[in-house]
Design a protein around this ligand. Structure first.
Ligand SMILES: Cc1cc2nc3c(=O)[nH]c(=O)nc-3n(C[C@H](O)[C@H](O)[C@H](O)COP(=O)(O)OP(=O)(O)OC[C@H]3O[C@@H](n4cnc5c(N)ncnc54)[C@H](O)[C@@H]3O)c2cc1C
Length: 242
């Protein structure tokens, strides 16, 4: 079917579930999604949400965490950081409400030559990281670094054999710092490494540099994207193309 990246869909909120203390899973479905297809890890949509504070409608990027087998239906996991229109919308939204969205955009294809994957993200990138990890080819090894506030925010994950999850506890530090420090110290094999990271823009910049200069990875093996930026609304990462 012909699709453009500007295609708009209207979905109904079917459920809102707290999957961690500050992470809401919003399940979207309904006939308005019948033309929506999403089949690659990290794909994302732009949700057009109305800020409960001032009634303004804004567009914000959210990863498709999962398409349900009984599609059209999908989960998006939204960080309740409390400080922006989309976070406020997710905190207030209830089943039965409608929301429109565009997409999907983005893509991820595993590097066919990689033997080891280093994946990293904060809560905003946890959905994307997990879609990658869950879909890596059998036999690959790797490590998945996920920053969360503390042990109470760790969620159940079911990953292929060979992938280790490392929960990085923020423990009150500024978002992104603990992840950056952990990734910079992460042991990796000498060869056939590929890496993917997303999260707070400043932390991701340091992680990108580590991938390229510290680990010496080729650019096509080292993806790193700022998904949001401290003290900046609706941040767009200038280095990312999708
Ligand atoms: C491709 C892509 C996929 C993404 N997928 C997801 C996803 O699946 N789940 C998800 O939760 N986010 C995801 N994000 C990040 C999300 O789009 C941003 O966090 C967005 O800024 C949230 O919009 P907002 O209206 O809540 O805040 P904004 O209006 O954009 O920002 C307002 C303030 O909130 C701060 N802020 C924004 N995000 C955060 C945060 N996570 N933690 C703390 N402070 C923040 C900003 O620094 C700013 O000061 C994704 C981003 C991209 C580019």
């Amino acid at each position: 079917m012909f699709r453009t990246r500007r295609t708009r869909h209207t979905a109904t909120v079917e459920a809102v579930t707290a999957i961690a203390p500050r992470l809401a899973r919003v399940t979207l479905g309904g006939p308005g999604m019948s033309a929506f297809h999403c089949d690659e890890p990290t794909q994302w949509v732009k949700l057009f949400v109305t800020d409960p504070l001032d009634g303004r409608t804004v567009g914000r990027a959210y990863t498709v965490r999962r398409m349900h087998p009984s599609a059209p239906r999908m989960d998006v996991d939204i960080v309740l950081h409390g400080n922006g229109p989309a976070a406020r919308w997710a905190e207030a939204v209830r089943p039965g409400q409608e929301v429109s969205f565009g997409g999907p955009r983005g893509s991820f294809r595993p590097d066919p030559d990689a033997g080891y994957y280093l994946l990293a993200g904060d809560e905003s990138a946890q959905p994307a990281v997990l879609t990658i990890a869950e879909n890596l080819p059998a036999g690959l090894r790797g490590a998945v670094y996920l920053e969360v506030p503390g042990p109470e925010a760790e969620i159940e994950v079911a990953l292929p054999d060979g992938l280790d999850v490392v929960w990085v506890h923020r423990a009150g530090r500024v978002k992104g710092e603990a992840l950056r420090d952990a990734v910079l110290k992460a042991p990796v094999p000498q060869e056939r490494v590929a890496a993917w990271a997303a999260g707070e823009s400043g932390a991701v910049r340091d992680i990108r540099r580590h991938f390229l200069e510290g680990l010496g990875l080729d650019r096509h093996r080292a993806y790193a994207k700022g998904y949001w930026k401290r003290d900046e609304a609706d941040h767009r990462d200038p280095l990312a193309s999708d």
